[in-house]
Design a protein around this ligand. Structure first.
Ligand code: NDP
Ligand code: ZN
Length: 356
């Protein structure tokens, strides 16, 4: 049960890293009270995204500690603010990478809230709408979120599978739509983990001919089962004969993006979502850009709320679900180790049902 304190704040129990090289430890904190447009969600499942690792280990700049990561959240609405219209108590809801934004700027107006200058991200973010307090994510028993940022999930949805859709799902669905993937489009997916697997599943469903670029053949069988045509463990141009309309890079480690630009057709696009640690992030020189003229490179960042709802509806309708492995809270450190040592398969999901 989530306890509401006398001042309206919500008592929460989460799992936090206390410094960039600590282990996860139980951490009690409070969340802001339930405003008129907010809902309180009891968290059932929380996916582990590689962004959680980058953030908690301060690989993207110094994190705020204690750091409670988690932005793939699936749960049940247990309280609603006075003016909430989208949800009632007992509904299921999902929360992704954002919990608030200004709602008034150009990007908010077109539901690209992730680009709002005043967006508040789900964890390790300054909540300017609540006294500049730090935000804490989904490795916890509850969350309070503005209803605009909660995604409607039907009551019969498999919640353990819904959680990873809130980041891995939208982050791959969005660029595939942006690049207008359709029947016959040749798509390459670089990095075949949590995001990569969702990119493959969506692109196959959209009718694309899909190839995977990985570091080894460990997950080749799974890729072929998902409908992948070619599985490469090298980007050597002489070995890769095909050329692509779109390559989506989900790689979280240092690599050479130019090798992928060289594999594009004329007019082809390299979409980058993987964001390696800042200190080792690859750079692309103007020389490589000009020598690869006639091709486009763009970054993509999660997706807006309207598109996240569209992605969720699409996934449920077509039963496109992530491959998941359910773990308990004491296994988070081990999951992080596996995700950074090539031992993980696809998506770990933390079972939070016992924490409530
Ligand atoms: P995972 O760890 O689940 O998957 C990454 C995969 O990439 C692993 O299978 C890994 O293989 C593979 N890989 C690593 N290095 C290479 C390489 N050099 N060549 C080919 N494959 C490689 O991570 P996620 O899918 O959760 O996240 C991926 C990245 O996307 C992260 O950097 C994350 O921060 C970022 N991200 C970006 C978002 C955005 O909005 N732009 C949103 C969400 C995530 P192996 O098993 O061998 O290690
Ligand atoms: Zn993520």
């Amino acid at each position: 049960m989530s306890k509401i304190l006398n001042d309206g704040r919500i008592q929460s129990k989460g799992y936090a890293m206390l410094s960039k090289d600590s282990r996860f430890t139980p951490y009690e904190f409070t969340r802001h009270s339930i405003g008129d447009h907010d809902i309180l969600i009891k968290i059932l499942y929380a996916g582990i995204c590689h962004s959680d690792i980058h953030t908690a280990r301060s690989e993207w700049g110094e994190a705020v500690y204690p750091c409670v990561p988690g932005h793939e959240i699936a749960g049940e609405v247990v309280a609603v603010g006075k003016k909430v219209s989208k949800f009632k108590v007992g509904d299921y809801a999902g929360v992704g990478c954002m919990v608030n934004s200004c709602g008034e700027c150009e990007t908010c107006k077109i539901s690209q809230e992730q680009f709002c200058q005043k967006a508040v991200f789900t964890y390790n973010s300054v909540d300017i709408y609540h006294g500049n307090e730090n935000t804490y994510g989904g490795y916890s028993n509850n969350i309070v979120v503005s209803e605009r940022f909660a995604i409607c999930v039907p009551k019969d949805a498999p919640m353990e599978k819904v959680a990873p859709l809130l980041c891995a799902g939208i982050t791959t669905y969005s660029p595939l739509k942006f690049s207008k993937v359709k029947e016959g489009t040749k798509v390459g997916v670089a990095g075949f983990g949590g995001l990569g697997m969702m990119a493959v599943k969506y692109a196959v469903k959209m009718g694309a001919k899909v190839s995977v670029f990985a570091r080894n053949e460990n997950k080749k069988a799974e890729a072929l089962q998902m409908g992948v045509s070619e599985f490469y463990t090298s980007t050597d141009k002489n070995l890769v004969k095909e050329r692509f309309d779109l390559i989506l890079s989900t790689i979280p480690t240092p690599y050479n993006p130019v090798e992928y630009m060289e594999l594009l057709k004329f007019g082809g696009e390299l979409s980058i979502v993987g964001l390696p640690p800042y200190e080792v992030a690859p750079k692309i020189s103007v020389i490589d850009i000009v020598y690869n003229a006639g091709k486009k490179v763009y970054g993509s960042m999660i997706g807006g709320i309207a598109e996240t709802q569209e992605m969720l509806d699409f996934s449920l309708k077509h039963k496109i679900y992530p491959e998941t492995e359910l773990i308990q809270v004491h296994e988070i450190d081990k999951a992080y180790e596996n995700l950074t040592s090539g031992k993980a398969k696809f998506r770990y999901v933390i079972d939070m049902t016992k924490e409530n």
